[in-house]
Write a protein that binds this ligand. Sequence first.
Ligand code: THU
Length: 128
Amino acid sequence: MSDADLYAEAMRAAENAYAPYSEYRVGAIVVAEDGSRFAGANVENAAFPSTLCAEAVAIGTAAAAGVRSIDTVAVGCLDDDACMPCGNCRQMMVEFGVKRVIVGAGPGAVRSIPFEEVLPDSFGPDSL
Ligand code: THU
């Protein structure tokens, strides 16, 4: 599947976002090392800190299905040209060895960012 196709799939996942407070609808696709894919969308809560990011939902869904190694996470946002993963989601990506992140880069364009640029010098499983 091409980067553009993964991004399009993330945008489709964003259509299921539950975001009545921010109205900022995000979707994410996790591509596991074996090629299997898992979707997530942000799920907000009236108690705002209880909100789940799209990436966290997708990574959690993959992990709960037994995935322990993730190759790529694609992130799409219906209401923005590009949505960069928040710090917490970047840290979740470290745990499962994400190698790159695909984000939007303006109309019709996508960007593949090596994970070392997304979160340099990270703290992870090998740090303990
Ligand atoms: N959000 C995500 O889903 N992923 C990110 O990486 C950044 C933020 C969501 C959380 C919240 O529902 C909305 O975007 C506004 O912060």
